[in-house]
Write a protein that binds this ligand. Structure first.
Ligand SMILES: [Zn+2]
Length: 713
């Protein structure tokens, strides 16, 4: 019943989009901050909000582990009281507000607690706080799973639905989707079958947790000599813990950045092959039995609920609607990419033939990253590090804020934060620039530190919602970043990739803050999982545009110097030059995921792993014999039957970007920005997203812009 906390979806997404980001742990450094004289007071913003009947409250953060524990307990106790009230309603007394309205209020209360505790878990500077928050989040999640099965609550809601109330718009959607949730949980089944579904779901949750913790626990240190690692950069060889003897280097295959450094740079094929083979067998022993168990449980649950398979069950609530549609989409892309994929492989092969002297050299799974890197250097002469000087952190932030303020018609103002979990935390208020209506807040937590979440992400804290007294609770979120800390002689300098991620993540922040949805269930980015990334993926296009970049990017040593167009062109060509490989690899995971979740049942369970390997091998490059990457693929739990969503959303993103590309002011066009704000961000999930996308586009969706972007002719 409770909306899945958004963080989970966004974080899972980030785990893929930023899989090459390296982790670093440094001391927190203070940043250039606005002088306090330019800061607004919280009271000023709140008073201004009151004129618009907007509530601009900030989260009340717990500051001790005991307080966190107490919050979890009281949230559950208050939630149970509210549910008891709904459950006790006599059939003649059910109304919209005391059933569906009450449940949405509960979702908002619990969601706000979860949002706050999740943020503490990922950002608190002290370990006991993080541990207490982890425990509390777990407790709340377990409790939330049981909510679907409150039969008394279900009966009250059903009694209301059975009255066939004349509802329209968002109200009608809330009733329809709430009843759909109950049906999907098995509440519409006879008692005995429903109990079975509940039992299977709990079992599935337990096995899923074990699967994930086996991945987290897996370690695979491999020892090499310096000669083995020819070509590998000092950034890896000199990293803490890597040099373990006179001529001994220990590489952790399970640490992504170390794995990637080997795959991109190790000159010796036998070394690369060994590392790929080891990576493809991580967690195999522990997780293969669990993969089978999960597949059986999912199939049993889906069929008991009347679906043909798990993919149909999962995708019913998304844009694609069923497994066959998602599968068809992925297969078309796979086939369309064949010529580009082949051409790229020929380029890799030529490089390998030249390097090895073997005219018949073939490209294997352990080769593609290495030769993709060579291709970048040889053909495109790209050195991404060269661009850092153009992206000092403060300039990037100021520039990004200017662009978002312009296209969405907003004003961002620093506000004195009454509570800070780190000294250099910033708090910003977002206001409509025309009407001066305050719309929400975002925090900015900028630098890495021990124990902090190690990528860039947006964590929603308070979602938007119309309150019972007619006022509107405006949203609050936090940007959690890991900018390289400034040094004695240099400011914090970002890579172009960091800037792209910032534009992406800030899009999620806007999606949350600009909401006008009445119910929290539909607020902000609570849209279907195969759409949620699309607006942010679209905004990544901004930082490939020379005009946009020139509005803020400049050499920190001499701001009159802008990014040379040739470098940007090379970087772009290099990115798209290996897009066939990039996408065929993505599709290999998406197709494996959909194939398993449409074809595997208890009867043919033993075919699961061979089928998974066959799909990977046929779509991308043959996997090592005896391997099973699925055992180490975290997406198998949480993004199940959902991996296709990246490509699906990317296709919509490319289509949506054309609205700006064709507008008079391009990516800075205010009319296109207003439409994005009104038709996509403000609406959220309060109407069918298909309708919202068409309203934004002013036409039906088209796949062509995406095919063009990824190089399908
Ligand atoms: Zn995202």
């Amino acid at each position: 019943m409770l909306k899945q906390t958004l963080c989970a979806a966004l974080l899972a997404a980030l785990a893929v989009s930023c899989s090459t980001t390296t982790d670093s742990c440094c001391e927190t450094k203070s940043s250039a901050a606005a002088p306090s004289s330019t800061m607004k007071s919280l009271a000023e913003i709140q008073a201004q909000g009151a004129k618009f009947k907007n509530v601009l409250s900030l989260p009340q953060f717990e500051t001790t582990p005991d307080a966190i524990k107490a919050t979890a307990q009281s949230t559950i106790a208050e939630g149970n009281t509210l549910l008891d009230q709904v459950g006790k309603l006599a059939p003649g007394h059910v109304k919209f507000d005391n059933t569906l309205g009450a449940l949405d209020r509960l979702t908002h209360q619990v969601g706000s607690t979860m949002g706050r505790l999740y943020l503490i878990k990922e950002t608190s500077p002290t370990e006991p706080m993080r541990d207490a928050a982890t425990e509390a989040v777990k407790k709340l999640q377990e409790w939330a799973v049981g909510l679907d099965y409150r039969e008394d609550v279900y009966r009250a809601v059903k009694a209301y639905a059975d009255m066939n109330p004349k509802l329209t718009g968002e109200d009608a959607k809330l009733l329809k989707e709430t009843m759909r949730d109950y049906r999907r949980a098995g509440l519409a089944l006879p008692k005995a079958e429903r109990d079975q579904v509940e039992k299977l779901r709990k079992e599935l949750a337990d096995v899923g947790t074990d699967f994930q913790s086996n991945i987290a626990k897996t370690q695979r240190p491999l020892k090499f000599s310096k000669a083995d690692l020819e070509g590998v950069p000092d950034s890896l060889l000199g990293a803490p813990g890597v040099k373990t003897g006179d001529d001994e280097y220990t590489i952790s295959v399970n640490v992504t950045w170390q794995y990637l450094a080997i795959m991109e740079h190790a000159k010796r094929e036998d070394i690369r092959k060994r590392v790929v083979t080891e990576q493809h067998s991580l967690a195999m022993k522990e997780n293969l039995p669990l993969v089978e168990k999960v597949l059986v449980l999912r199939n049993q649950i889906a069929t008991k609920l009347g679906y043909q398979n798990w993919a149909d069950y999962v995708i019913e609530v998304k844009m694609a609607k069923d497994g066959a549609t998602a599968l068809e989409f992925e297969k078309k892309l796979r086939d369309g990419l064949q010529p580009k994929f082949d051409a790229e492989r020929d380029e890799f092969r030529a490089l390998k033939a030249k390097e090895t002297g073997d005219a018949n050299a073939q490209i294997y799974l352990w080769d593609w990253r290495y030769y993709a890197d060579q291709l970048k250097k040889e053909k495109y002469s790209v050195d991404a590090e060269q661009l850092r000087v153009y992206f000092p952190m403060q300039r990037v932030l100021d520039g990004m804020f200017t662009i978002y303020q312009r296209i969405f018609g907003l004003k961002f103002e620093r506000v004195e934060a009454p509570y800070k979990w780190v000294d250099d935390l910033q708090l910003w208020a977002v206001t409509d620039s025309k009407t001066s209506e305050p719309l929400g807040f975002f925090y900015l937590d900028m630098f890495p530190r021990e124990g902090k979440f190690n990528h860039f992400a947006v964590f929603p804290i308070i979602d938007g919602k119309r309150l019972p007294d007619g006022t509107y609770q405006r949203p609050v979120c936090s940007l959690v970043c890991n900018f390289p800390p400034p040094t004695a002689d240099k400011p914090s300098l970002l890579t172009h990739g960091d800037v792209e991620t910032m534009f992406h993540e800030f899009g999620h922040a806007m999606h949350g803050i600009l909401t006008r949805a009445k119910f929290t269930r539909f607020a902000g980015s609570s849209v279907p999982g195969d759409f949620v990334e699309a607006p942010s993926q679209m905004l990544e296009a901004w930082i490939w545009d020379k005009g946009v970049l020139d509005s803020f990017a400049a050499d920190y040593r001499d701001p009159s110097k802008k990014i040379p167009p040739a470098i940007l062109g090379q970087l772009k060509a290099a990115k798209y030059g290996i897009y066939g490989n990039h996408y065929r690899r993505q599709l290999s995971f998406g197709l494996m995921d959909l194939t398993l979740h449409t074809q595997i049942t208890e009867a043919n369970l033993k075919e699961a792993i061979p089928l998974a390997n066959k799909t990977l091998s046929e779509t991308f490059l043959p996997v090592p014999d005896g391997s099973a990457l699925i055992a180490y693929l975290g997406h198998f739990v949480g993004y199940d039957a959902g991996y296709y969503g990246y490509a699906w959303a990317d296709a919509i993103a490319a289509d949506m970007a054309t609205v700006f590309e064709k507008a008079p002011d391009g990516y800075l066009d205010v009319n296109a920005g207003k439409r994005l704000r009104d038709e996509i961000y403000a609406v959220g999930n309060s109407r069918d997203v298909n309708e919202s996308i068409e309203k934004f586009l002013g036409r039906k969706r088209a796949i062509e812009p995406f095919l063009k972007k990824i190089g399908v002719k």
